[in-house]
Unconditional design. Structure first.
Length: 170
């Protein structure tokens, strides 16, 4: 009986560290997956009222990988993606796109355990300071002006054409 006790102790002494390492690795993998999911969620929440950003595109393109084990999120992403693929969306289409984006964010929130904490109202009402909106509008206006100027310069610089379609050389 004494020998069995010693053998059992040796086996336990050998197995405990191995089991501890395996459990530790599983916990780290689980924490990393949650961290990746949270990162996507935070990017989508942050950019929901601002439009497109490089981070937003990154977050959307990683959903298939990070949420591969969550069928509900993947299904919502596919619905949203289909709405995004409309070539020339109308105002109605744009509203549907926004609604589907918000439904995706809501599904991700639910997946992360925020079902009763992040509400539909919270998702639909992002904080966007008026000064930031004005700065973004001025940037867009400036970019449009630059594009118009470039178009005008290109037209002025292109060779003149005669009525028959041949180039006129000065």
């Amino acid at each position: 009986m004494d020998i069995w006790y010693k053998v059992l102790n040796i086996i336990v002494l050998l197995l405990v560290p191995i089991v501890a390492v395996i459990v530790g690795q599983k916990l780290q993998e689980r924490a990393k997956k949650r961290e990746d999911k949270m990162q996507i969620f935070k990017v989508l929440m942050t950019n929901r009222g601002l439009g497109w950003s490089q981070d937003m595109v990154w977050a959307l393109n990683t959903i298939d990988v990070v949420f591969a084990d969550d069928d509900a999120v993947i299904k919502r992403w596919k619905i949203y993606y289909d709405k995004l693929c409309i070539e020339k969306p109308s105002e109605t289409d744009l509203k549907k796109i926004t609604t589907e984006r918000n439904k995706l964010i809501e599904q991700i929130a639910n997946s992360l355990g925020y079902k009763d904490k992040i509400t539909w109202e919270t998702i639909q009402n992002p904080y966007i300071p008026q000064g930031m909106v004005e700065a973004m509008n001025k940037t867009h206006e400036f970019q449009a002006s630059q594009q118009n100027l470039m178009n005008a310069l290109q037209q002025m610089m292109s060779p003149a054409k005669e009525e028959n379609g041949e180039e006129v050389h000065s």
